[in-house]
Design a protein around this ligand. Structure first.
Ligand code: IPE
Ligand code: IPE
Ligand code: MG
Length: 247
């Protein structure tokens, strides 16, 4: 063990520009320990800080995390308000430590439905983030892939109605520019912990050519070593984008 207090983690061979993760399994993590679901969300939030720091350190450009979906409002008021409270706590800390942490934050999703106090905090976080460069974490809040596509379609239709463009102008690049992820490269790798084998409305447009990695590990237990396993699996993939394998 020697003088090392932290376990040594070997750096991954391949670091994708953009990794996206569904932060799933918080509830089951808590249940396994006889704790309330909200304790799982608190542990999940701590783990986000840990993994975001690691992604920054290995030179990733973007980490996008699915924190609250357009469908998650179906949960009890108690659980929803606990999640909103944790987000508030996280953003307050992130704002205070951004200079030291060098983790810029951005948001995907329809923020108009989240509590006003959180909206203001998100806007302040965005503003502060513009003063920094480098690694960026995109937090999906009240996010749904279908909702994002509909919002983009409405924006385009409104611009057409206002005479600013015509339907024939629309192409993939232009449509991408109307999404929450405008200007951000598509995720190279989408990770879903907790054993579920579905997207649950995450990045439907952007994941068209992403690689997928599924694991049974629950999000609060998904540490740097687990991420390295996902990155090692990614390094073995042959991304053809519809072409043929390079000889
Ligand atoms: C993910 O964990 C967090 C949110 C969806 C907000 P879950 O709360 O879905 O955890 P499980 O799937 O019930 O274990
Ligand atoms: C997806 O997880 C959404 C987030 C992690 C924010 P869910 O737990 O809501 O997804 P389902 O219900 O299992 O599909
Ligand atoms: Mg879940």
């Amino acid at each position: 063990m020697g003088i090392f207090t932290k376990k040594t983690i070997e750096a991954p061979v391949v670091v994708p520009r953009h990794v996206a993760i569904v932060l799933d399994g918080n509830g089951r993590w808590a249940q396994k320990r006889g704790l309330p679901r909200t304790a799982g969300h608190a542990a999940g939030s701590e783990n986000f800080r840990r993994i975001a720091t690691y992604c920054r350190d290995i030179g990733m450009e973007h980490l996008t995390v699915y924190a609250f979906s357009t469908e998650n409002w179906k949960r009890s008021e108690e659980e929803v308000s606990a999640i909103m409270g944790l987000l508030k706590k996280y953003l307050l800390e992130a704002l205070e430590k951004m200079e030291k942490d060098r983790i810029r934050l951005n948001f995907f999703g329809d923020l108009s439905r989240i509590p006003e106090e959180l909206q203001e905090l998100a806007n302040r976080t965005l503003e502060t983030s513009t003063h920094y460069q480098g690694f960026q974490a995109n937090v999906c809040l009240n996010y749904g892939g279908r909702d994002e596509i509909l919002r983009a379609a409405k924006k385009f239709a409104a611009d057409c109605a206002a005479g600013k463009c015509s339907p024939d102008d629309l192409n993939e690049a232009m449509f991408s520019g109307l999404l929450d992820s405008a200007g951000i490269p598509d995720p190279d790798l989408v990770i879903r912990p907790s054993g579920e084998l579905r997207l649950s409305n995450f990045l439907l447009w952007q994941s068209a050519y992403s690689e997928f990695y599924f694991t049974d590990v629950l999000w609060p237990d998904f540490d740097e070593k687990e991420l390295n396993k996902a990155l090692a699996a990614y390094a073995q993939r042959d991304r053809r984008f519809g072409g043929v394998k390079k000889q």
